[in-house]
Design a binder for this molecule. Sequence first.
Ligand code: AMP
Ligand code: MG
Length: 419
Amino acid sequence: MKPQSTAMGDNMISMEEALRIIQANTARPRVQECSLEEATAKYLAEDIRAPEPSPRYTNSAMDGFAVRLEDIREAAPEAPAVLKIVGESRAGVPFSGSVQSGEAIRINTGAMLAKGCDTVVRVEDTEEAENETVRILTTKRHGQDVRHRGEEFGLNDPLLAQGTRIAAPQAALLAAVGIERLKVFAPPRIALAVTGSELAAPGVTIADHQIRDSNMIMLKSAVQEAGATLVSANRVDDDFRTTVEVVEQAAKTADIILCTGGVSVGRHDNVKEAAEANGFAPLFWRVLQKPGKPLYFARKGETLLFGLPGNPVSAFMCFTHYIRPLLGALSGRPFGWPTISAEATADIANSGKRAAMVRVRLKRDDDGVHHIHEVEQQGSHMLTSLCFADGYIILGPQQTLSAGERGKVYLFDFQKETT
Ligand code: AMP
Ligand code: MG
């Protein structure tokens, strides 16, 4: 006989209360040092200041000739300044000498400016002439087409602030100033346990009474998109002992264990009991929401466990609304969602007794106003309700968002700015 979960009973909580409890149990983000190669899509845990100025040395912005302005002050197409070409500064091969009055050197974009010169004349404003001379056809401003050392930023100037996501431009900037190791927030480690004896893994011949497992790949993708690290993923039969073992193993490496299915009151639902058999203390079970009522949350030390409903839509909505912001907070971002204000095109009503997360599609008109369209089929077994939606609105019990009224849309795309 399996033991009874202590989370039994009638105490359903509101969505706000569930969020409050999750936030109250959110650990401070862990900091790790990593190489720049490993930093992509992670968030900086330190402020970065410039270890060197940029540019590091004064160089040319153009292909052309480096000159002394005093030599070309009067230059014009009908009266060119004729200078002797005494050498070349190429990218990677500087000119080692010093340019004297009446002299110029060939120079390439990015190549080091030579001693003595102060201005670059681009190729188009010159004509090469006989005996290694060049005719400069126009005069220039002092320092024209020269990139000066430190003109972008100086030594110790602030570059990237703590909390910045390392995407391609940030990685490039860090590489450009020679930073190879940095402190980032460690991505939370996630273990998945997808329960259900009816589940068929991908690639196997499916029997009539089986269900293809869609939660495993859905949550793997969601975890990956969130920038978290998957440490294990198991399909588990509806068997108490096996579920206990899987939770026990998962708790050894994971910060967060995500289970799906088996979290209701059915005789074969084992997740709550298996968690508690492993020493997890229940924090809530059942939230006054649709979809996703049988959401279970428990904690053991610093390890958190969620029992998500088995229905893929319910599981995803719970992930998006509760776990995605938690993963964000554990990676050093604010606990929150990307949202947008939009206008209802028709009444959207919640006639139920629980808050509803209604999946909606957004359309933008020519004036830039976003309009909300309710997705027609909202069943918690209907994955199209997610694929055909951009996000969801939350309506309280008996609440209607009337046509023309503005509402807050929570976006599925978490790459949008979190509000
Ligand atoms: P449960 O919460 O275990 O009672 O599951 C609720 C419903 O979701 C049942 O119809 C299950 O067959 C279905 N379900 C559970 N797990 C999955 C899964 N991994 N993939 C697809 N459907 C699932
Ligand atoms: Mg089940």
